[in-house]
Write a protein that binds this ligand. Structure first.
Ligand code: FES
Ligand code: FES
Length: 176
């Protein structure tokens, strides 16, 4: 018997039917929904390659039973960037060359996205703790940490630009 589940995925309502509600979110994203940006590494919650955001919190999709997602809000790497441009975290990884093979990158990006959504200006200790939760076999972490710090700066610049644009188009701004 199939079980029906409804939740929000990347800002859209989705309804899926799964045979086993104990299937992992990782398997459902990749195999049933075709969202292969979320990577499968250790499958035991250790490496962070499968990091997604559920209700604002970065979590390993390999440990989330899909049956517990009813009514939840899920964001994956496919939610970031797009034709209008990259998310500041993605842009920072490109700018700082914070990747080599790229396998761990979606997990890093999602973990940092969750951090910056919660705390736009995290201190270095929080940045390090966040990056520490994701395993990278290639880079040695120096450039990933550079990218994480750059993401904070880029996000801040975007916020300033948006607030200036908002002020310019407000009734007060237009009168100036
Ligand atoms: S694949 Fe999920 S934490 Fe490694
Ligand atoms: S860039 Fe290859 S595993 Fe991190």
């Amino acid at each position: 018997m199939m079980v029906r589940l409804r939740f929000r995925l990347n800002h859209e309502d989705v309804e899926i039917h799964v045979r086993d509600p104990a299937s992992t979110l990782l398997d459902v994203l990749r195999d049933d929904l075709g969202l292969t940006g979320t990577k499968s590494g250790c499958a035991i919650g250790y490496c962070g390659a499968c990091t997604v955001i559920v209700d604002g919190e970065a979590v390993p999709a390999c440990l989330r039973m899909v049956g517990l997602l009813e009514g939840r809000e899920v964001r994956t790497i496919e939610d970031l960037g797009g034709p209008e441009g990259l998310d500041p975290v993605q842009a920072a990884f490109v700018k700082c060359a914070g990747l080599q093979c790229g396998f761990c990158t979606p997990g890093h990006v999602m973990a940092l996205r969750a951090l910056l959504d919660e705390e736009p200006e995290p201190d270095d200790e929080r940045i390090r703790r966040t990056v520490d939760g994701n395993y990278c076999r290639c880079t040695g972490y120096v450039k990933i940490l550079d990218a994480a710090r750059e993401a904070v700066a880029l996000q801040k610049a975007v916020a300033v630009r948006n607030s200036r644009a908002g002020a310019a188009t407000s009734p007060e701004g237009r009168r100036r």
